[in-house]
Design a protein around this ligand. Structure first.
Ligand SMILES: [Zn+2]
Length: 49
């Protein structure tokens, strides 16, 4: 897996090496924070079930 998960204040989640400049949902600038890898692991488990 490459990149990280980024979550906007509005709840929008994007994947990538760097956070998106603008949220595609609420159009805020620099509103993304990096999600901890623990959370990513849990989500991957759910997806691959
Ligand atoms: Zn947003």
């Amino acid at each position: 897996m490459t990149g990280f998960m980024w979550q906007c204040e509005c709840g929008q989640i994007e994947y990538g090496e760097i956070p998106p400049e603008e949220c595609s949902k609420c159009h805020k600038i620099n509103s993304f924070t990096k999600l901890p890898e623990e959370i990513i692991g849990e989500r991957e488990k759910e997806i691959t079930k």
